[in-house]
Design a binder for this molecule. Structure first.
Ligand SMILES: Cc1cc2nc3c(=O)[nH]c(=O)nc-3n(C[C@H](O)[C@H](O)[C@H](O)COP(=O)(O)O)c2cc1C
Length: 179
């Protein structure tokens, strides 16, 4: 399989992490992957807020937990908050720099970072925050200025379990020439 497809297919959303720190080198590779995401007119409207402080991570973890859709087969959290991610990266975007496409830009950066984390043997969980009831609280905790929104929170760490997910068959997703 092509290397990039292997990374894309291997990434899973994980909500519990082993307590192992992330190295500075791993963190900077992940942030670098975010930096090279595409954005409308190359506006690069993002700021990546890196949270390593335990108390802040706990608060953000509780908010992420509120966002969890617990389905059959999905791992339920045994304790409040996320199980100890080494770092949480908040993807904030400047709506003035990019009024029309800041969400897509933040999403592209989030995915780049999730893939890079996976390629490094780490796991992540994309919590979609934009426009949700918890976004305001995240903005307050992180001290975001006016005009900045939060697209996602991305806890990253070593996975504490093996997550599984499936996808709809390509034959059901693709039409040719017309819908
Ligand atoms: C934009 C976006 C927002 C998401 N927000 C949530 C969320 O609020 N709660 C949640 O349980 N999962 C969330 N997820 C994770 C998805 O549930 C997960 O990606 C999906 O079930 C597929 O699983 P996988 O990532 O392990 O392949 C989000 C994913 C994306 C792309």
């Amino acid at each position: 399989m092509h290397l990039i497809l292997e990374v894309i297919k291997g990434r899973r959303s994980v909500v519990r992490f082993k307590p192992r720190p992330i190295t500075d080198e791993e963190l900077s590779l992940i942030l670098e992957a975010g930096r090279w995401a595409p954005s409308y007119a190359n506006s690069q409207p993002w700021t990546f807020v890196v949270v390593r402080d335990e108390e802040k991570k706990r608060k953000l973890g509780e908010l992420v937990e509120r966002m969890l859709i617990l389905r059959p087969g999905r791992v339920a959290l045994s304790a409040p908050g996320l199980g100890d991610p080494a770092v949480v990266i908040a993807v904030a975007v400047d709506t003035l720099k990019d009024p029309d496409h800041h969400v897509e830009a933040g999403a592209a950066a989030t995915q780049n970072m999730a893939l890079m984390a996976h390629a490094l043997g780490l796991a992540s969980f994309w919590a979609g925050i934009y426009g949700t009831p918890v976004e305001r609280e995240v903005r307050r905790i992180l001290g975001l200025p006016k005009g900045m929104r939060v697209v996602s929170l991305l806890p990253i760490g070593e996975a504490a379990y093996e997550a599984k997910s499936e996808r709809v068959e390509l034959s059901q997703l693709v039409r040719y020439e017309k819908f």
